[in-house]
Ligand binder design. Structure first.
Ligand SMILES: Nc1ncnc2c1ncn2[C@@H]1O[C@H](COP(=O)(O)OP(=O)(O)O)[C@@H](O)[C@H]1O
Ligand SMILES: [Mg+2]
Length: 224
């Protein structure tokens, strides 16, 4: 089943008089449960593309279907609902709340959605185990290594049981060893849980990890 479909999507930014075309007439489909890696040089529009799919921004032209919605024409309120219910985000920088423990950070998306602590915490603990950090529950982000923080971020992204995980340079801030650990957990766990995964990165090493690999260049994608 197709989960995501981009049809003739374009995105431009305006800088005074000048129009900067970042994404041009891009077409892409992603099947449910697939893992996809999109590589490209810095500045080619990878984050822009991911933000369009993730409903953080609107395209200038074209249509984006995701998880059963025409995301490109949702109202702001519907877009927020789409992001909270269907998506888990992982960014290069962790954005964990520093005054909350690893367990509390993971539980947060469910608490925000109205779940009780009593209900949320066992689920968060289960995810903490799945990312191999069961003995870090009461640690604060400042007491974790960079790689551990990204594993907490992955667990948090999974908390509301989204269909789709979007990752923007998830290992961009990590050294080689930690990158491989985070990468392994990201691809293995999302596959085990049947999630659809889209990773954008300038790191060509990650290209082999996905079931599909696209290269973003000149505003469009090449299927590799
Ligand atoms: N809000 C914005 N306004 C104007 N230009 C932007 C904006 N966001 C990104 N850009 C430009 O779009 C291009 C692509 O950016 P980005 O998607 O962040 O690239 P990547 O993630 O591949 O490094 C860059 O040239 C960047 O300067
Ligand atoms: Mg980027």
């Amino acid at each position: 089943m197709t989960l995501i479909e981009l049809k003739n999507v374009s995105k431009s930014y305006h800088n005074g008089q000048e129009e900067l075309k970042i994404i041009r007439d891009l077409n892409l489909t992603v099947e449910e449960g697939q893992s996809v890696v999109i590589t490209g040089e810095s500045g080619c529009g990878k984050s822009t593309l991911l933000n369009l799919i993730g409903g953080l921004d609107y395209p200038s032209a074209g249509e984006i279907y995701s998880c059963g919605s025409l995301v490109s024409s949702l109202s702001e309120a519907a877009m927020t609902q789409y992001r909270n219910q269907e998506l888990g985000f992982i960014f290069q920088f962790h954005y964990l709340l520093k005054d909350f423990s690893a367990l509390e950070n993971i539980a947060m998306p469910a608490l925000m959605a109205g779940m009780s602590r009593k209900e949320a915490e066992p689920l968060a603990m289960d995810l903490l185990k799945k990312v191999g950090l069961q003995d870090r529950a009461i640690h604060y982000p400042g007491q974790l290594s960079g790689g551990e923080r990204q594993r907490v971020v992955l667990a948090r992204a999974l908390m509301n049981q989204p269909k789709l995980i979007l990752a923007d340079e998830p290992t961009g801030n990590l050294d080689e060893g930690n990158s491989r650990v985070v990468e392994d957990i990201l691809f293995q766990l999302t596959s085990e849980l049947g999630k659809t995964l889209i990773v954008v990165t300038h790191d060509s090493h990650l290209a082999q990890r996905g079931e599909r690999h696209f290269h973003l260049t000149g505003g469009g994608v090449q299927d590799l």
